[in-house]
Design a protein around this ligand. Structure first.
Ligand code: FES
Ligand code: FES
Length: 200
């Protein structure tokens, strides 16, 4: 390719980029700054594209890590934070194996971006017990033999613990409340009994 053609190409590329920036509503000051990759507005935190600080409470402890904006909470938990209790099965919000609590509400960690829990409180199954003392739902799972392969169990326990907390352990409430947690081994009758035992 000739030098002249290269010059023309660069000019066209620059013109195109300026047009795109204007179309995207990038402020003129930001457009004038060659290194600027995204606009900054007061009060709006720019995220990424590289590692970005993330601070939240995890099982009662303050943690700060760096994650890229596309990192899911499940990836952050199982990766840099080293907590493998929440399981990855479908990785698309369909099975509940990755259930955690975010600010006290159940959530599928595979469908939540890690940066979205900045400043929030996350509880995983590792945070449910107190030292060696199991949570009543965990004890009831053991007593009622409420698991076979155990892959669904951490997520199931997190959802069951919320239902027990709300006293929603009649069969209809359990069917509804656990509809997002799939057990391919079919241990549901034992799981339901465990929830009802934990409530007593
Ligand atoms: S792994 Fe998250 S819902 Fe299945
Ligand atoms: S115990 Fe195997 S998936 Fe539930």
């Amino acid at each position: 390719m000739s030098e002249e053609r290269l010059r023309v190409s660069r000019r066209e590329v620059l013109k195109g980029a300026a047009g795109a920036a204007a179309w995207l509503g990038v402020p003129a000051a930001a457009r004038a700054e060659g290194e600027e990759r995204a606009p900054s507005w007061p009060g709006i935190r720019r995220l990424g594209p590289g590692p970005t600080p993330l601070s939240f409470r995890l099982n009662g402890e303050a943690v700060t890590i760096e994650v890229t904006p596309r990192t899911t909470l499940l990836d952050a938990l199982r990766g840099p934070l080293g907590l493998t209790g929440a399981k990855r099965a479908c990785d698309r919000g369909a099975c509940g194996a990755c259930t955690v609590w975010i600010d006290g509400r159940t959530a599928n960690a595979c469908t939540v971006l890690a940066l979205d829990v900045d400043g929030l409180a996350v509880t995983t199954v590792e945070g449910l017990s107190s030292g060696n003392a199991l949570h009543p739902v965990q004890e009831a799972f053991v007593a009622q033999d409420a698991l076979m392969c155990g892959f669904c169990t951490p997520g199931m326990v997190m959802s069951c613990a919320k239902l027990v907390e709300r006293g929603a352990v009649d069969e209809e409430s359990l069917r509804e409340g656990l509809s997002g947690n799939l057990c391919r081994c079919g241990a549901y009758p034992h799981i339901f009994r465990a929830c009802q035992e934990a409530q007593r």
